[in-house]
Structures are given as structure tokens and as C-alpha cells.
Design a protein around this ligand. Structure first.
Ligand code: DMJ
Length: 563
């Protein structure tokens, strides 16, 4: 405002009116003008208040910085797509110049069981498409969408299952959405989400469907996402930070601890490495290798590791050892990384086989009175707990897969058979035929309790895949049809107790056939994993030969690289 501009006075609030002379002294700068046009008393009040506010803000800022550097490691990055990533599909074409580029073709289902699974997939997809299209997951009872990442999670997680089941129409719907609406600049939610979950479900889904179809659109999306996920690895330890805001391109640890979860930091390497192999750009694989090396370098307890690891030093933290929640897929990926890299990196195999020997020594027990073998937990040094998460059931298939490449280690197959049988019992012993989330085993020879015990808090079933996954490996590695029959029994239980008018739902109580209490959630992994493994289990031959393919932890098949 110029000096001579008329000063507007609010006559409804005439606190103090400046004289014409005072107005002349008013500065052109609005803030000073505001200040000098006050009465001296008002000016004093303003000076005191502003000083007080400045000191307060300074104190709050200092306190916050100290707190955040102690408990969280905040890292933010600018996003600059590298030269290499501008046209990754062209790189691929160059790389494949002398190779045939073609997708894998899947025929129609071959038997009644596969047809039933395909019908289940169609039922789940139809409900998602009707009530939650483009959103992350479906709430099948409320018939409304739920938002997690803002990335159409169910579409990307399920697309390879649709393709494998030869559901052409549904596959085309999904492909069309990924091509036209998977847009991280538009759809992403502005919040921090699990780096691990986005990697295994979304990046894994895109990579897998790319390999099955060789359709460049999926590689393009995978690169867009991979570039942002890479930000999480830019840490002093080399381990990826737990949470990432893909929209703002910022990563950080959890708010409550500077530790990371072992399973989460150990279960992103297959995907990042694969992204490098298809683009020819090493940066993703370098990040994967660096984080894997950090975990390899740390001291272990006969191959077993605690479920937390420091984001700052990379050392394992705490004493809890579990192959269930927070531990599971770290072990799974040791074996699969060895396979992915053509069995040429002995560290992966050595760490894996050592961990299985650690399981035998510290965690492998048999329950009274039914000879059910299980994998317990360590809650402290030598403090054994006979608790087993349903998640641990993945280990049976994982051990059988390890045995396939080292047939001389017959104990691997024996353990796999025993654990599969126990996991099957976790289903068969419940009135619904569905497993609870967690069970305990009876170790007291004197007690007349049953071998498998369930606590009230653990009676929910989340449509999880781990046993079906192991049945798939067990059937195709041993040829024993009992595994298909167990799978069929379990599939029918899912149909009976989790199928809704629209889609499928997790349930709260596997003990009461008349009151299972649907939880109103259809997990994306039900379509990505559970139904996919059922379908593959019931196929007479293995559609994904074990020397050519590995599945990431979300059941997305990725190729094995031999060179
Ligand atoms: C999936 O996201 C993956 O299988 C993960 O490894 C464990 N949790 C769910 C399924 O239970």
C-alpha cells in the first residue's frame, strides 16, 4: 500500500484511530504498516505476545527434533527418475533383441475341483468389481470399498490369478485399469504405509503379470513404483525403512520404535532384484543385495534371528524368535533368493539351512498325545513357548522346496510332512473345518488336554493361504494325493463358512458353525494367494516347474535366473 492510499477503518470496531500525521509515517510494508498503525499500548502487547510465541515455537521445535532423532529416522528424498528409467520398455526391447518375447498361456481348468476354485474367484471378483472397483479392498458385508494404499490393491494383487485361471474377460478389466488408472500422481493416499506390503503385493503383482504376459504396460508401472520404493533403502544401515508415503516421497521408521521388523526388511529382495533383471538397471538389485548382506553379516543364534532389527546399526534387536508374525518370510526368502540367483550365492543357502537346523534344535517339538510336530517360539534365551501362528504353516512347503534341490537332506522332507499334517489338524479339529489364527500345543504328558489348544482371542480366521501353499508344494513334490484331498476339504469349508452373497469374508470364530461372525473384510491375498494355490494344487501337473519359477511371499510367480 502506498503512503497516500486511503486507510480503511472499520467503524464497527473503532478501537483507536490514527491521526493523518501518523498515517503518513505508515510504511509501505503491510506488516510494519499493521504494527505502526496501532496505539503504543497495543504495540507493546504485540511485541510481548510475538516474543512469547517465538520462544515457545523454538522450544517445541528443539524438543521435537530431539525426540524424532531418538525414536525415528526420518528421511525425505526428492524424486528424480533416472535416465535409465525414462523408457524402460525400450531397454527391455533392446535387451531381448535376440530373444523371443512371448507370454505364458494357460488352458481352461481340467477338473471339477479347479472349476469350483475358478467359480470362487469369479464370485470374489464380481463382488469387488461391483462394490469396490478401483479401491484397495472390499468390505463384503457392508458392500463398500476400503482404502489402504490408494493403488487398486485387489486388482493388482489378483490379476495374475485371473490370468492363470484363464478368466479372459476379468483379466482384461484388470489390465485396462492398470493401464489407464494406476496413477500414483492421482490416486495415492497421502499417508505412510508399509513398504513391505506395497512391495510384496503391488510390485510383486506387477512383476509377475509382466513375466506371464510380457506386456510392457506392467513393466512400466513396476518401474514407476519401484523408483519410489527405492527411496526407503537410502539409509545408513542399508535396510529399508518401515513406512513410506509414496505420494510425498518420504520414508520413515514406525513412530513407536527405531527398530524394523525382520520379516519386513528380509522380504523385499526378490522383487527389487527382479526389477533390475527386467530393466537392466542395477540400482534396485544393489539395494536388495546391500540389505541382504546386512542381515547376513549379523550374529545369529544357530541361524535363528530375533523378530526386530535396528534401523540404525542393522543389528538384531530383542530376544523373541518366531517363524510366525514378524519373522516368517525372512526365512522363506533366504531359500528363494538362493533359487532366484541360480543357486550361485552360497550365503543364502547357508543361512537358510543353518536356520532350519536352528529350528530343529530350539523350536521343533512334538505335542502330547497325538505326535503332532510343531514349531514353537523363543520368548527369551531358552524361554520356550508352545505357540504357533497359522503363518508358520508356510514353512512346510518351504522345507519341501529346499529338499527338492538337496534330496540327500531327507530330514527336510520328513519335517515338511510332519508340519503339514499338524497344520491340517489345525483345520480339521475345528467344527467349521477352518484353522484359528494361533494355536498352542500341549507339552504336558500328564495332562489329559488335547494336543492342539486354542485361546478365545485367537479363534478368528483371516482367509490366510499358508497351509494351502504348503499343500501345493507337498502334492507336486511328492505326488501324494492326500494333499489334494486335504485341500479340497479345506476349500469346501471356506465355501461353507466364509462365502457371502457378495464375495468372501474373514470370520471371527472358527468354533461355532452357527455363529462364525463375518469380519466384513475380503483380504486381497485371498484372491492373490489362497485361491491361486488351491487352483495350482488341484492341477494334475505343476504349472510352475520349481527349477524355473519361485513364488514371492504373496504367491506372485517370478522367474529363476540362471546367469
Ligand atoms: C500375505 O500378505 C503374505 O503371505 C505374507 O507373507 C503373510 N501375510 C499374508 C497372508 O497371510
Amino acid at each position: 500500500m502506498k503512503k497516500d492510499t486511503p486507510f480503511i477503518i472499520d467503524f464497527n470496531n473503532p478501537v483507536w484511530l490514527p491521526t493523518v500525521d501518523e498515517l503518513k509515517h505508515c510504511t509501505a510494508l503491510p506488516l510494519l504498516e499493521f504494527f505502526c498503525c496501532r496505539s503504543p499500548r497495543q504495540q507493546r502487547t504485540w511485541i510481548v505476545s510475538l516474543s512469547f510465541l517465538s520462544i515457545l515455537s523454538l522450544l517445541v521445535y528443539i524438543g521435537y527434533s530431539k525426540h524424532s532423532s531418538k525414536f525415528t529416522q526420518h528421511i525425505s528424498f526428492e524424486y528424480h527418475p533416472s535416465e535409465n528409467n525414462k523408457e524402460p520398455w525400450q531397454q527391455k526391447q533392446r535387451r531381448h533383441e535376440n530373444q523371443r518375447i512371448e507370454g505364458k498361456v494357460f488352458a481352461l481348468p481340467t477338473n471339477e475341483r479347479q472349476i469350483a476354485v475358478r467359480d470362487a474367484m469369479r464370485h470374489a471378483w464380481k463382488a469387488y468389481r461391483t462394490y469396490a472397483w478401483g479401491f484397495d479392498e472390499l468390505e463384503p458385508i457392508s458392500k463398500r470399498p476400503s482404502v489402504w494404499f490408494g493403488l487398486g490393491l485387489t486388482i493388482v494383487d489378483a490379476i495374475d490369478t485371473l490370468y492363470i485361471m484363464n478368466m479372459t474377460q476379468e483379466y482384461n478389466q484388470a489390465r485396462e485399469w492398470i493401464e489407464n488408472y494406476f496413477n500414483m500422481d492421482v490416486n495415492l493416499v497421502d499417508k505412510f504405509n508399509s513398504h513391505f506390503e506395497i512391495t510384496i503385493r503391488i510390485l510383486g503383482g506387477l512383476l509377475s503379470i509382466y513375466h506371464l504376459t510380457m506386456d510392457d504396460v506392467f513393466m512400466k508401472r513396476a518401474v514407476e513404483l519401484g523408483d519410489r520404493l527405492l527411496l526407503s533403502f537410502n539409509t545408513s544401515s542399508g535396510l529399508p525403512l518401515a513406512e513410506i508415503n509414496l505420494k510425498r516421497k518420504i520414508a520413515h521408521t514406525y513412530g513407536w520404535t527405531s527398530d524394523l521388523t525382520t520379516a519386513e526388511v528380509g522380504t523385499v529382495q526378490l522383487e527389487m532384484r527382479d526389477l533390475s533383471r527386467i530393466t537392466g538397471d542395477n540400482k534396485y538389485e544393489n539395494a536388495a543385495d546391500r540389505s541382504a548382506a546386512v542381515l547376513h553379516d549379523q550374529a545369529k543364534n544357530d541361524g535363528l534371528v530375533p523378530i526386530f532389527v535396528s534401523s540404525i546399526t542393522g543389528q538384531f534387536s530383542g530376544e523373541i524368535i518366531s517363524l510366525g508374525a514378524r519373522g516368517d518370510s525372512y526365512y522363506e526368502y533366504l531359500l528363494k533368493q538362493w533359487l532366484q540367483t541360480g543357486r550361485k550365492r552360497p550365503n543364502f543357502w547357508n543361512d537358510w539351512i543353518e536356520s532350519i537346523d536352528g529350528v530343529r534344535k530350539h523350536l521343533w517339538r512334538v505335542a502330547y498325545s497325538e505326535n503332532f510336530y510343531f514349531v514353537g517360539e523363543l520368548l527369551g534365551i531358552s524361554v520356550f513357548s508352545p505357540k504357533m501362528d497359522h503363518l508358520v504353516c508356510f514353512l512346510a512347503g518351504n522345507m519341501a522346496l529346499g529338499w527338492h534341490f538337496r534330496r540327500d537332506l531327507t530330514y527336510l522332507l520328513d519335517m515338511a510332512k510332519n508340519l503339514t499334517a499338524t497344520c491340517y489338524e489345525m483345520y480339521a479339529q475345528q467344527p467349521t473345518g477352518l484353522s484359528p489364527e494361533i494355536v498352542y500345543f500341549n507339552l504336558d504328558a500328564e495332562s489329559n488336554k488335547s494336543a492342539i489348544l486354542v485361546e478365545d482371542n485367537d479363534v478368528h480366521n483371516l482367509l490366510r493361504p499358508e497351509l494351502v501353499e504348503s499343500l501345493y508344494y507337498m502334492y507336486h513334490l511328492t505326488g501324494d494325493k492326500i494333499y489334494q484331498d486335504w485341500g479340497w476339504q479345506i476349500f469346501q469349508s471356506f465355501e461353507k463358512y466364509t462365502r457371502q452373497n457378495d464375495g468372501y469374508s474373514s470370520i471371527n470364530d472358527v468354533r461355532h458353525v452357527d455363529d462364525v461372525q463375518p469380519r466384513d473384510k475380503m483380504e486381497s491375498y485371498f484372491l492373490a494367494e489362497t485361491l491361486k494355490y488351491f487352483y495350482l494344487l488341484f492341477h494334475p501337473t505343476n504349472l510352475f516347474p520349481f527349477h524355473q519359477w519361485i513364488f514371492n511371499t504373496e504367491a506372485h510367480p517370478l522367474p529363476i535366473y540362471t546367469n
